[in-house]
Design a protein around this ligand. Sequence first.
Ligand code: SF4
Length: 104
Amino acid sequence: MDSKLSRRDVLQKSAALGLFAVVGTACSKEQKALSCTDTMSLSSADALVRTTLSYADKSPEAGKSCSVCQQFIPAAPAACGTCKVLKGPINPAGYCKSFAPKAT
Ligand code: SF4
């Protein structure tokens, strides 16, 4: 068996690797973490409430996140929801000082 690679083989394998890299990059971008920190449309008072209640886009406390808070209003999967207390986009993985667990 001839173990030498022809020029054609090298070009075909290079093209396949290039395609794999492009597809891999596109897939990794889809898995980018959700960000719900855009408060540009809020009034300064509403933005201040977010700050005062220490809203965080990622909860620092295990088991306490917006997705399990009774104030959270979910949106489509993998999208920012809203909150009955804070205005603006709310990350299901977020948290603030007004966290109140959903009744079970
Ligand atoms: S009250 Fe706080 S913890 Fe609860 S959903 Fe709203 S932002 Fe999240």
